[in-house]
Design a protein around this ligand. Structure first.
Ligand code: THU
Length: 136
């Protein structure tokens, strides 16, 4: 599974987005250590705070399948139809941190074909609060 394949999957997942309130459709895909891919899309609710982002849906899906443990998240792809690449929000960065390792990568795509930006998760969330602070 290379970066282009992963962003294509995220773009595919974006088609399932349920975003009647914002109209902003997002797809995500995550790659686990053993090569499995899980997909997510944003799911909005009328009580807006209940909305969940595509990235967390994908991560939670991997966890629910018993396929993702801390340190095993290799990459996250985020797909949105925007001028600038869409980066994971702060809450999603914290969730990514829970399962990330020092080399976890974030890929962003604006067309589902190309990686428009690639960045290390640890660059997006330096000095994070994480479980090692209280469970060394
Ligand atoms: N959203 C995502 O799904 N992922 C992001 O990285 C940014 C924001 C969603 C949440 C909400 O449904 C909509 O985009 C507007 O914020």
């Amino acid at each position: 599974m290379n970066a282009e394949q992963l962003v294509k999957q995220a773009w595919q997942a974006r088609k399932s987005a349920y975003a009647p309130y914002s109209g902003f459709r997002v797809g995500a895909s995550v790659l686990t250590q053993n090569g499995q891919v899980f997909l997510g899309c944003n799911v909005e609710v009328a009580s807006y705070g209940g909305t969940i982002c595509a990235e967390r849906v994908a991560i939670n899906s991997a966890v629910a399948a018993g396929a993702l443990n801390p340190g095993e998240l290799m990459a996250v792809a985020v797909a949105a139809d925007t001028d600038e690449p869409t980066a994971p929000c702060g809450i999603c960065r914290q969730t990514i941190e829970e399962f990330a390792n020092e080399s976890t990568l974030i890929y962003m795509t604006r067309d589902g074909e190309h990686v428009s930006l690639q960045v290390k998760h640890r660059e997006l969330l330096p000095f994070s609060f994480n479980r090692r602070q209280f469970r060394p």
